[in-house]
Write a protein that binds this ligand. Structure first.
Ligand code: PEP
Length: 251
């Protein structure tokens, strides 16, 4: 049985004190169930303090992106080795905002996925279609291509340990959620694609999240779908109460 993974993507929000307060409030109230994993994807400057604060708690810390090289002349970048050294355990890769504003491509996502595994970081790989692609009936092909490229060259064990987040771009931060059926249809397709690339056994182990205007009011219905194993949540993850409700829905 796959566990549910709820990841709150803070994006470029909060200051150091707010981040600390959030974690102080959330960490003692998190459900102790092994059925759910709770993650905060925080801006780089807060990672060290949050890793320290969440030691011996069930809350895990993720970075929102990283470079694929271990070190070098890449001004402004953060390496996988640095994240691992801090004690960060997850990293979001290929978020649509990174693809849109920072030239993230399927090729760089693939390099980053390999780099993440090299440093024992669990990648959360984001894929998803634009509204134009959905209206042109290209969703399944597009997502298939993104997943195939992101996972290229990985061992079956690494694929099994990858988290895929299906995030239709038209549903991110817009208040428009895909219906649970629409979301599940694509998540099922992603699992079939992974089965084709590896094996059914491996595909059945992969955590596939849905993301796009998830909130306490719709999370239960989404998590009840056969192939949705969690949520990657932006706006509704910023307040402790709301984040806790999302996590409890997975417990
Ligand atoms: C996201 O940041 O990945 C996201 C899905 O944002 P929101 O929940 O605000 O749509």
């Amino acid at each position: 049985m796959r566990k549910k993974v709820i990841a709150g993507n803070w994006k470029m929000n909060k200051l150091a004190n707010d981040a600390n307060q959030f974690v102080d409030e959330v960490k003692s109230k998190l459900p102790q169930s092994e059925k759910v994993e709770a993650i905060v994807c925080a801006p780089f400057p807060f990672l060290a303090q949050l890793v320290e604060k969440t030691k011996d708690t069930k809350l895990k810390v993720a970075a929102q992106t990283m470079h694929y090289e271990e070190s070098g002349a890449y001004t402004g970048e953060v390496s996988p080795e640095m994240l691992a050294d801090l004690g960060v355990t997850y990293v979001v890769l290929g978020h649509s905002e990174r693809r849109e504003y920072y030239n993230e491509t399927d090729e760089t996502v693939n390099k980053k996925v390999h780099a993440a595994f090299k440093h024992q970081l669990t990648p959360i790989v984001c894929v998803g279609e634009t509204l134009e692609q959905r209206e042109a009936n290209e969703t399944m092909d597009h997502v298939e291509m993104q997943v195939t490229k992101a996972l290229e060259g990985l061992s079956e064990e690494q694929v099994a340990n990858t988290i895929v987040a299906y995030e239709p771009i038209w549903a991110i931060g817009t208040g428009k959620t895909a219906t649970s059926e629409q979301a599940n249809e694509v998540c099922t397709h992603i699992r079939e694609v992974i089965a084709k690339l590896t094996s059914k056994e491996t595909a059945d182990k992969v955590i596939i999240q849905y993301g796009g205007s998830v909130k306490p009011a719709n999370v239960e219905e989404l998590l009840a779908q056969s192939d949705i194993d969690g949520a990657l949540v932006g706006g509704a993850s910023l307040e402790p109460d709301s984040f806790l409700q999302l996590v409890e829905a997975g417990a």
